[in-house]
Design a protein around this ligand. Structure first.
Ligand SMILES: C[S@@+](CC[C@H](N)C(=O)[O-])C[C@H]1O[C@@H](n2cnc3c(N)ncnc32)[C@H](O)[C@@H]1O
Length: 381
């Protein structure tokens, strides 16, 4: 059993914690943008391959309290680096430092680098070199005041890089965020799903993967742990086979649409790359012309945030969203995510739920609206 840390986006910690429990993790504890858990090598591989909301999985190899910057050098010498790599391998350090001991983040990384080099030189006379582009081992150095945690990143390429989205719209949603919203929303693959502003198709594709039980790691060519000295290829192949076998077909209707021809063509290519053309359809349409065919469907909306539109156009767009949802989607549940708090007021519907999430560095609000049928109309705030 090892102590492990799965990193995620702000606001998705609880969803990730549930995913980890369902994958078999123990001692699961949500933290800020991360979830701590216990697991073995099998679980480490499984989380990388199957988690929809983890950005990366770190394996801490040293936890220390330091009194000075020199202590960091000594800590680096205490770790048995030769368990993870050879003197001929390469490494890179990602520092996240907030400590009075270090005025510059890069300086802390430099000290750890020297310490790792000296660890190997003392043992074998040779030392690994730094390669920031394509290292054998990626080391995460986290220093908060006097608390140092040194971890090895088992993912290296962040897990939101699924591999299916090679064409993307102007402001695509992070795949982990799209999956997180779907898992938070309560949508089950038995209700139809519409994304009427689908851009490059991230939400419909993540929904298709969930509906067909396809592991999100299926399209990736590489995970960091595959380069570790103790990589168990047989175990990883067994895990892939086990989860790939669970994938099946779904009869749920998932529709994406967009007003932009370019977005529609990009979306279609991405859907096809994800192998979902049978269950995800993408059409060219203005949202105002759409009508729901399902009284219990789900609508997911990620409208433009405003960078390219005049404020009046944007207000008009958000007001159209409210009107269209109210009149054309009775009985549906709608989830809308945007970073534009001002335009959001123009939607004119009272949200049932409100959450703060981050799309990369951009703070966003996620709202849930319920469209009533008959006399119980959605109220104005
Ligand atoms: C923020 S992007 C969506 C990004 C998408 N979630 C993704 O991951 O790629 C907003 C999209 O809304 C589309 N859009 C703007 N006005 C629209 C309208 N009236 N009807 C349908 N789509 C519209 C834009 O063309 C753009 O692709």
């Amino acid at each position: 059993m090892m102590k492990l840390v799965a990193k995620t986006l702000y606001g998705l910690e609880n969803v990730l914690a549930e995913e980890l429990i369902s994958l078999g993790a123990s001692e699961v504890k949500a933290a800020n943008r991360a979830v701590l858990f216990n697991g073995d090598k099998n679980l480490l591989y499984r989380v990388n391959y199957c988690s929809r909301t983890a950005l990366s999985v770190l394996m801490p190899v040293g936890d220390y309290r330091i009194r000075s910057k020199d202590d960091l050098y000594k800590c680096g010498l205490k770790i048995e680096w030769d368990v993870f790599m050879e003197a001929d391998d390469t490494f890179s350090i990602v520092p996240v430092v907030n400590s009075p001991h270090f005025a510059h983040t890069g300086y802390a990384a430099l000290i750890l680098k020297d310490s790792i080099a000296d660890y190997f030189r003392n043992k074998s006379g040779r030392r690994p070199s730094v390669d920031t582009g394509d290292p054998t081992i990626l080391i995460n150095l986290h220093i908060s005041n006097d608390q140092v945690t040194i971890s090895i990143d088992s993912s290296v390429v962040p897990l939101f890089k699924r591999g299916y989205r090679q064409e993307q719209a102007v402001a695509p949603l992070n795949e982990v965020l799209a999956a997180g919203i779907l898992l938070m929303s309560g949508w089950k693959a038995s209700s139809s799903l519409t994304d009427p502003m689908c851009g490059s198709g991230t939400i419909p594709i993540e929904a298709g993967l969930i509906a067909c039980n396809i592991p999100p790691g299926k399209f990736r060519k590489f995970f960091g742990f595959q380069r570790w000295k103790d990589f168990d290829e047989e175990l990883f192949n067994k895990i892939k086979l086990e989860y790939d076998k669970l994938a099946g077909i779904s009869t749920v209707k998932i529709c994406g649409s967009d007003i932009s021809e370019l977005a529609v063509s990009q979306s279609r290519s991405n859907v096809s790359r994800a192998g979902l053309s049978d269950i995800v359809s993408i059409e060219l349409s203005d949202f105002k012309d759409l009508k729901s065919a399902d009284d219990h469907g789900y609508v997911f909306l990620n409208p433009p945030y405003g960078q390219r539109l005049h404020p009046d156009e944007l207000d008009g767009l958000y007001s159209m969203i409210g009107t269209t949802l109210k009149h054309n989607f009775p009985g549906n549940t709608a989830w809308l995510i945007t970073s534009n708090k001002e335009s959001l007021k123009k939607v004119g519907l009272k949200p049932k739920e409100k959450h703060t999430l981050f799309n990369g560095a951009l703070e966003c609000t996620l709202l849930k609206y319920e469209m009533y049928t008959g006399t119980r109309k959605a109220e104005k705030p």
